[in-house]
Write a protein that binds this ligand. Structure first.
Ligand code: ZN
Length: 368
């Protein structure tokens, strides 16, 4: 049964009440000679099939799709995974972009209208796109008790650290032609992250002491937290743990430090000295969305003690998720399910400066 009209311009896309459809023939898939029921919306007259509501619609290599998503979180670069799965790397890239969009919808729609009832640790994970002249931060927030990663935002940065005279010249030349990244990008990214995590939160639902946020001593965090409390009206207590403190289980930043480690360990594009680095920040964002689903919903919280996932401990899932289930039901974009910058992530509107203005965003070939 079609749950709603898939046409984004039809009123029954958002509101499935009184959604009326009629059977409208069927179509035959040539690859395996299977027949699928088709329907027509009585309101907008758009024709669609039952495949429209499946996560692997329009995929030729739908058999490989869940495996591509699994491999993307387990270490190999795209070409390496492609050789194992016998897929061209451009096919993998399309599968990952689709999986990343589905992951954003899966993660944030589960968080919708939920209260974060645990202290949260925040941190910036550093990586780069295209070349080391274009570093960026993925700002992460993880729950202290469940280790659930509540969300991420991105902040493009200026290259810093030790550079030769030639490298400094190159940086100046790039900044002249492409512009300099916003010096307050980390502050902006972190405020966006706090908005994302604590949106819709009712103050009375949290501890009487207010929200509890832990971070290291990064100078951009206190102004970001102040801006968040001023605009949201929430009370928030900020606890600082020095970055030099031992990174053990007793460290309040442990869950977010572990997320950093897993991200660098499991995703080839973030590994040090790799040739599999991200060519576009948008690609890194799509893979980070898949990482969120893998870390929160698929993987056991602790590897040596297989058991509940982070999502189960955060009260957001009852059982672990398998990639096969993840791709079964297609999720449709609704602005209220994708808060703040994640709407831009979904439509692939994050630009890599060096590629200029001509960059592909995610457009729909049909209305759905
Ligand atoms: Zn319709």
């Amino acid at each position: 049964m079609p749950p709603h009209c898939p046409n984004r311009h039809c009123p029954h896309y958002l509101d499935p009440r009184d959604f009326a459809w009629q059977p409208y023939g069927s179509f035959r898939r040539r690859s395996d000679d299977r027949h699928f029921q088709c329907f027509r919306c009585r309101k907008c007259r758009r024709r669609f099939s039952i495949r429209t509501f499946q996560g692997d619609y329009w995929l030729r290599r739908r058999d490989a799709y869940p495996h591509v998503l699994a491999w993307a979180c387990e270490g190999p670069g795209l070409r390496q995974a492609g050789r194992v799965l016998q897929l061209h790397h451009s096919t993998l890239m399309r599968h990952l972009a689709r999986g990343g969009r589905q992951a954003l919808l899966y993660h944030y729609s589960r968080l919708r209208d939920r209260n974060v009832v645990e202290p949260v640790a925040i941190d910036g994970f550093e990586s780069f796109e295209f070349s080391q002249y274009f570093p960026f931060h993925l700002n992460l927030a993880a729950g202290l008790r469940s280790w659930f990663i509540y969300g991420f935002t991105e902040s493009p940065l200026r290259r810093k650290g030790r550079m030769t005279a030639k490298q400094k010249l190159r940086r100046a030349e790039l900044e002249r032609t492409l512009g300099c990244p916003d010096p307050k990008a980390i502050q902006r990214g972190m405020t966006e992250l706090l908005d994302l995590v604590f949106r819709g939160l009712k103050q009375e639902c949290t501890s009487p002491r207010g929200l509890e946020v832990h971070s290291d001593e990064h100078p951009a965090y206190p102004p970001a937290l102040r801006l968040f409390t001023r605009t949201s009206g929430h009370r928030l207590d900020h606890y600082v743990t020095p970055g030099s403190a031992p990174r053990t289980l007793d460290n309040p930043l442990f869950p977010v430090n572990l997320a950093d480690l897993l991200l660098r360990h499991g995703q080839a594009n973030h590994r040090r000295e790799t040739i599999a680095f991200s060519k576009r920040r948008q690609g890194a964002i799509e893979r980070a969305a898949l990482f969120l689903v893998w870390r929160n919903f698929v993987k056991s919280r602790q590897e040596n003690r297989p058991g509940p996932t982070a999502a189960m401990l955060a009260g957001l899932a009852a059982i672990p998720l398998r990639w096969g289930e993840f791709v079964q039901r297609r999720l449709f974009p609704r602005a209220e399910n994708l808060p703040g910058p994640t709407w831009e992530f979904y439509w692939a509107r994050i630009k890599t400066a060096i590629y200029g203005t001509k960059q592909r965003t995610h457009e729909l070939r049909h209305a759905f």
